[in-house]
Design a protein around this ligand. Sequence first.
Ligand code: DAH
Length: 332
Amino acid sequence: MAEIANASAPDLKGVEELRIKYLSKKGEISALMQEFRTVAADQKRELGQRLNELKNLATDRINALREQLENAPSASELSADLSRTAAPLPLGARHPLSLVRDEIVSIFSRLGFTIAEGPEIEDDWHVFSSLNFADDHPARDMQDTFFIQRNPDILLRTHTSSVQSRVMETSRPPIRIICPGRVYRNEAISARAHCFFHQVEALYVDENVSYADLRQTLLYFAREMFGADTKIRLRPSYFPFTEPSAEMDISCNICGGKGCAFCKHTGWVEILGCGMVDPNVLEACGIDSKKYSGFALGMGVERITNLKYRVKDLRMFSENDRRFLNQFQAAH
Ligand code: DAH
């Protein structure tokens, strides 16, 4: 009796062995049952009771052992320290172009510019005609621009200047917008050119907006972006949608203006195009050019990112190589 009451088993297999030992057809209790038949009649009652007790005891003990083992925590559960803090999930890194775009947008938003967006699949009017491009301008050539074959009026925008005309058509001055977005050009892909890249466009239209406002805005931007010592210079240039037009250089942020391979020993690097909005553009968008004037500027996000992080090959930006992307984790 005591042996059965205290029986133990290390695992379910051991429990099964116990069951076979005591309860199976050839087990010890069954053997006792066989013997019970030969017992004298006057002893049957008492012995029968005791045998039944033994059988119930064995059954209960074995069931209890089985239940205990089935509900026991597994080895890994036993070793888990539930009071430990959870293992931190590795944080993804932000894409360098997103970091730089957001920084540009944030600098202009401190001057009161708000974000405006437009479609990437555009029409000729918003990308070219409204912006004073002549009919025979080379940008309208299939070599430079992706047109939709069935309808040459529909194309992938080649610059974010198209957002300018969309906003001017639908709102009245004062207009102060910053337009980040992706643009497309029909270029062979290489380390220095890609068929898509990113631009940020800014536009300010109001009464009495002057070239001095443009220059001061550019200086503020350059210093916020590249450091307080940064100098700027504006070189005359040409864009169909601005008159006068200029390109802005900043003092080379690698050699500090002394001259190095990066700035081709000039001490300056070009970073954006800008100018006073051509009155033809204001009129095309329904804004009175006698009452209002404006300035516009546009820059490539890849170019600014290269200046900040020295990425030598443009293709890295779109290859999704995590070894490249993870390097920018610390920057935010
Ligand atoms: N849209 C021009 C380009 O893609 C960049 C640009 C130049 C935008 C001068 C402007 C601007 O707003 O005034 O090259």
